[in-house]
Design a protein around this ligand. Structure first.
Ligand code: SIN
Ligand code: CO
Length: 375
């Protein structure tokens, strides 16, 4: 049985979301760790999975990036270190069930599930994140200190890979045990120190910067050779100071740029492609040799289930669905049937199963590996 989350979302959103941090005691009653420390260490051996080991013995902060070897783990002491593995929801089915209760949030904002294993005194040190995070305590115990938001905090590199923040006065200073959830909005300094060997699960959200959006949109225009509209001003008059760009001209220039963003065809399509890309590798295996549509229909008819790759991003912008950076060209009624399902069988697509054209389109995405069959 999967862990059940007990949060009053409307109350949480009105009082805490991007406003203030809070500990939600026993938000996961009877919490059961969905992964073992050994399994987590196993993921950190893999090339495509991002992982980090952070240690702080004698106040000397060190951080190394994976993939690790088994020997790296045998050399570790009994205190003062932690292992962090990113996007575990992409690779571990049972861990992925932990993000299910957060699927009611706009999915374009969701990022990943990071899991950390820490031994006593282990942690990543005091720092500030620029995104919202729900930290679910699993086995063990951790003491969390969270400070108030303040633009004047000084940040410094305790190690080239660790950006820390100066000492802060805590507004939360509490021990967390299995099933407690700490929500931290962007900008609030925090520090979680392990008291008893612990697993923590961070459900993280994205918050794109204006800089990333403008850059991403500009890249899209370049790639598609769009927006090559030249500046004109047929009502030009001679200015008193020819060196000056007049306010009226500045407005015209800005309008040119804004007009591009306001083109729904450009903006929506760019944003769909952009936001449906994952920031971490996914467990996608393309099918070799590719399926023929007849094989796909036969496999459904034999009763196989078709699963969507864990945490692949399937996002709808205006009337178009995007998956993993591309528009998903399937008939709308079919997408609507399957887009919210983690897996489905032929009964979900009964009205399309004998439509070769539709099934041929779906075969393309199966061959890409975005969905896969399980017998
Ligand atoms: C951790 O789990 O050690 C770090 C989580 C965080 O502070 O964001
Ligand atoms: Co953090």
């Amino acid at each position: 049985m999967n862990n059940q989350l007990n949060i009053d979302w409307p109350h949480f959103l009105a009082n805490y979301w991007q406003k203030k941090p809070v500990i939600l005691r026993q938000a996961f009653p009877h919490f059961c760790d969905p992964i073992t420390p050994d399994e987590l260490a196993g993921l950190a051996l893999e090339q495509e999975i991002e992982s980090r080991l952070v240690s702080n013995l004698d106040q000397k902060w060190q951080a190394t990036y994976g993939p690790f070897t088994e020997q790296d783990f045998t050399q570790l002491g009994e205190t003062n270190w932690s292992l962090l593995v990113q996007a575990v929801d992409h690779w571990h089915d049972q861990a992925a069930t932990l993000v299910a209760p957060f699927r009611c949030f706009p999915q374009w904002l969701f990022d990943d599930l990071m899991i950390s294993y820490a031994v006593p005194e282990g942690g990543v040190g005091p720092h500030i994140d620029q995104y919202d995070v729900f930290i679910i305590q699993g086995m063990g115990k951790r003491r969390w200190r969270v400070g108030d938001i303040n633009p004047n905090y000084k940040q410094f590199c305790a190690h080239p890979a660790l950006l820390h923040v100066e000492a802060f006065t805590p507004i939360i200073d509490q021990e967390m045990t299995a099933g407690d959830v700490l929500y931290i909005p962007p900008g609030f300094p925090h520090d979680g120190v392990c008291l008893e060997t612990s697993l923590s699960y961070s459900v993280g959200f994205r918050s794109p910067t204006a800089q990333a959006l403008v850059t991403g949109f500009a890249d899209y225009l370049l790639e598609h050779d769009l927006g090559k509209v030249h500046y004109t001003d047929p009502n030009l008059t001679l200015p008193p100071d020819p060196l000056n760009v007049s306010p009226h001209e500045i407005e015209r220039l800005k309008s040119m740029m804004i007009a591009l963003i306001n083109q729904p065809d450009y903006f929506n399509h760019w944003f769909g492609e952009y936001i449906s890309q994952s920031m971490h590798s996914l467990n996608i295996e393309s099918v070799e040799p590719p399926y023929h549509v007849d094989e796909v229909i036969a496999t459904f008819k034999q009763g196989s289930q078709c699963h969507l790759v864990n945490s692949i991003r399937l996002i709808k912008v205006a009337e178009t669905y995007y998956i993993h950076g591309e528009a998903l060209d399937l008939p709308r009624p079919m997408i609507e049937k399957i887009s919210h399902l983690h897996y489905f069988d032929q009964s979900a697509i009964a009205e399309f199963i004998d439509d070769k054209k539709v099934m041929n389109q779906f075969t393309h995405w199966l061959n890409r590996g975005y969905w896969y069959f399980v017998d």
